[in-house]
Write a new protein. Structure first.
Length: 389
């Protein structure tokens, strides 16, 4: 898998080098988004789209446009906000959501149509050996003789594994079921849409912060150089040893959380806060940005301090105060995959370029756009890339 991701990142570096010759500053978010799309389509669906080098009129660009249109619906966050704040008016929200579904389904159907041809090709050529998400779902398709059930698509959470080991004598009865074609398409669309936006935006925020804080950038680069020299190149084991880079990414996701209004948990016990009663069973939405900037939970929360996530300091943090990927058995299913993409991309970028902010476009704080669900740099991230010698 790392070889596939590295191939996509190498293409990204080639595109950056070519565009860098044409302009003084580059808008990085758009480039990161295309990289994310390339990685997801190749690793999840085994399809090479050429999206990073496309000129704007290819099938890959049509797919990208469909994903962006689908995400645009999530940016109309006011409806989701009010629906969550006033669930007692569920009849009104159902009506309004149903009226808006036509605009949502058009880009979604375009994505599904693109995936349909890939699925049919896989079904027609079952002898071809594939190792990607789509093939896992096809293997779990609703067939009488299918040997793989839908539960095998997920890795057990540590707590569930421990519980299972301690109760081996207790028989577990679980209904066996398989994925239908519609479920395969729907899960593929969600994986594509969710991974595309979050990965590209995280890379944008992190590169902005690295450019804004040159001392952090230099320390990160020094660690990368040290690991590469020791490992003889960028390897999976080497990337896992880049502790400070991991701290930088963690702090970037604390400072600028991408998913700001999606993490929801059910209240297990009744709770009262300042005369506000939260009954047992109520759904509670976690405001990630406010949680990550709460001075009661974080020391100097408005400062960018990667060291707060060091091994010695991490143990001092409240584990529930950091919700970049959610927590518990319903946390981000692609967390490890995303972290590998982030670290490999940033490592290659920092090994080759010095990142600085474009002074004309970045005066003052970064301007953030936000829907009910996602946050993003509303005017992009513009960087100057100076090649290192």
């Amino acid at each position: 898998m790392i070889a596939l991701i590295e191939n996509c990142v190498d293409t990204f570096m080639e595109v950056v080098a070519a565009k860098r010759d044409e302009a003084c500053a580059l808008e990085m978010r758009h480039l990161f988004q295309k990289l994310s799309m390339d990685i997801i389509t190749r690793s999840a669906f085994g399809t090479e789209t050429g999206i990073q080098q496309s000129s704007g009129d290819t099938a890959a660009d049509t797919l990208l446009s469909s994903v962006q249109d689908r995400l645009a619906e999530y940016r109309r966050g006011w409806l989701m906000y009010f629906a969550n704040c006033f669930p007692e008016f569920h009849f009104l929200w159902r009506f309004l959501f149903s009226r808006g579904m036509n605009s949502v389904m058009v880009p979604t159907d375009r994505i599904k149509n693109n995936l349909a041809s890939i699925i049919e090709e896989r079904r027609a050529n079952k002898k071809a050996s594939r190792e990607d998400l789509l093939q896992l779902m096809l293997n779990a398709e609703e067939e009488a003789d299918s040997p793989i059930d839908v539960h095998q698509l997920t890795v057990p959470h540590e707590e569930e594994s421990v519980a299972h080991q301690s109760h081996e004598s207790i028989p577990v009865i679980r209904k066996r079921r398989f994925m239908t074609t519609m479920e395969i398409q729907s899960n593929a669309v969600m994986f594509l849409v969710a991974g595309y936006e979050t990965t590209g935006t995280t890379l944008s925020f992190t590169s902005y912060l690295l450019a804004k804080y040159p001392e952090v950038q230099e320390r990160t680069r020094s660690e990368i150089l040290s690991v590469v020299e020791a490992e003889g190149g960028l390897t999976y084991d080497g990337i896992s040893k880049m502790r400070y880079l991991d701290q930088v990414i963690s702090e970037a996701l604390r400072y600028y959380p991408v998913v700001v209004g999606f993490i929801t948990r059910k209240c297990e016990q009744g709770y009262e806060y300042k005369n506000i009663k939260i009954p047992s069973g109520m759904s509670v939405l976690i405001p990630a940005y406010q949680l990550h900037h709460d001075p009661a939970l974080w020391n100097d929360p408005e400062a960018f301090i990667p060291e707060r996530f060091s091994l010695e300091n991490r143990s001092k943090l409240d584990p529930m105060a950091y919700q970049a990927y959610g927590s518990g058995p319903r946390n981000c299913v692609a967390m490890r995959f995303a972290q590998l993409v982030l670290k490999l991309t940033l490592a290659k970028l920092l090994l080759r370029y010095q990142l600085t902010l474009d002074a004309d476009r970045h005066q003052g704080e970064l301007k953030i756009g936000s829907s009910f669900t996602l946050a993003y740099p509303s005017e992009g991230v513009w960087l100057n890339l100076q090649e290192l010698h």
